[in-house]
Design a binder for this molecule. Structure first.
Ligand code: ZN
Length: 351
């Protein structure tokens, strides 16, 4: 038996993150090739790579999976996870049972060690980049939309489509690992919830309005089972304790290798967005500590924010704050409020 471990793994695949950060671009001879187990690879754009399983009879029924990381350039742990997974696939240590595209999102911001250069990339999808043509993030949003379009349109509608977009949060959270599901009007996917449970996601946030995120784009445009994962706090490259991300890492590897699920993990709690706190003017005040944890609950009547002509007070028995950020530009979201809807959401999935 030949050992796959001995097969030379191209530098690009051995450390795709370092390769991408270096600014290297493959020549025509290096852009495509084969690695262990007949997996073929193709470099498609800066930070975008395709891995395709060996030809076999069921290949055309395999799922199509997009895994993105670093849409915010300073969210380093997921970049390290996906880069390691690429190397493990290339060495034959993780079998591949899907067409897999890996996207490293905001590469320029990664090099600068920052979340973004001009604008939050994850607010520029669904065509919004066309309104911000001066932004250094606009061409990247356009390129990443084009990549997802190329992948999912080619897949044909009978194939399962998944999009896992991995992030780490700026702030602490009552639930360390949580997921956000985009709102498209379609029924929630039981498979997605089972996968989130397997990934040890503790809470799921259901959006109730359309957004401009990468997962919103793929869910709405292509019916992808799409989720945005928040996997803990941001740390610099090399300072991440990747064992803290083991649940999401294992579930991602299970998804791409078609591995059966254990099904023993508890379902996450579910929260539904019921309000948005918007910063309208520079007079805006967010009436909570700067370091308040995501999903911190507030009781009915509590005033959470004030602005020139506006105030947000809690109207439900309990509302929780998610993504509070007083420093956003006027006109943008300074926080979301959610209420718990676990029982009704899980009952709906079970039908
Ligand atoms: Zn993020």
């Amino acid at each position: 038996m030949t050992s796959n471990v001995d097969a030379a793994v191209p530098a690009m695949l051995a450390d795709f993150l370092a390769y991408t950060l270096s600014g290297a671009r493959p020549g025509p001879a290096e852009a495509r090739g084969a690695c262990a187990e007949g997996v073929s690879y193709a470099w498609l754009d800066e930070g975008v790579i395709e891995l395709t399983p060996a030809a076999r009879s069921d290949r055309h029924a395999m799922p199509v999976v997009l895994v993105s990381a670093g849409i915010h350039g300073d969210e380093t742990a997921p970049l390290e996870l996906v880069s390691r997974m690429i190397a493990d696939i290339a060495r034959g240590e993780v079998p591949l049972a899907c067409v897999l595209w890996i996207v490293l999102g905001n590469v320029s911001a990664m090099r600068a060690g920052s979340r973004y250069l001009d604008d939050d990339l994850n607010r520029l999808f669904c065509g919004r980049h066309a309104q911000l043509t001066q932004s250094r993030e606009a061409p990247r949003a356009h390129a990443l939309e084009a990549a997802a379009t190329r992948l999912f349109e080619r897949a044909g509608c009978e194939r399962e489509r998944w999009h896992i977009d991995m992030h780490t949060a700026i702030r602490a959270s009552v639930f360390e690992r949580f997921a956000l599901l985009p709102y498209t009007g379609a029924a929630l996917s039981r498979e997605m919830f089972a996968w989130l449970a397997e990934a040890r996601i503790e809470a799921v946030l259901l959006h109730t309005a359309k957004g401009n995120t990468y997962t919103h784009f793929t869910a709405e445009s292509f019916g992808a089972k799409a989720c945005t994962l928040e996997l803990g706090k941001v740390r610099p490259f090399g300072e991440n304790d990747l064992s803290r991300y083991a649940g999401a890492d294992d579930a991602m590897r299970a998804l791409v290798s078609g591995r059966a699920r254990a099904d023993a993990a508890p379902m996450p709690r579910v929260f539904t967005v019921i309000g948005q706190i918007t910063k309208h003017t520079d007079a805006f005040e967010l009436l909570m500590a700067d370091d308040v944890a995501n999903f911190t609950p507030f009781a009915k009547g509590t005033v959470l924010a004030r602005d020139a002509n506006y105030c947000y007070a809690v109207t439900h028995a309990e509302e929780r704050i998610v993504f509070p950020n007083r420093t956003v530009k006027p006109g943008l979201r300074a926080g979301l409020t959610v209420v718990e809807t676990t029982a009704e959401t899980l009952a709906e999935l079970a039908r």
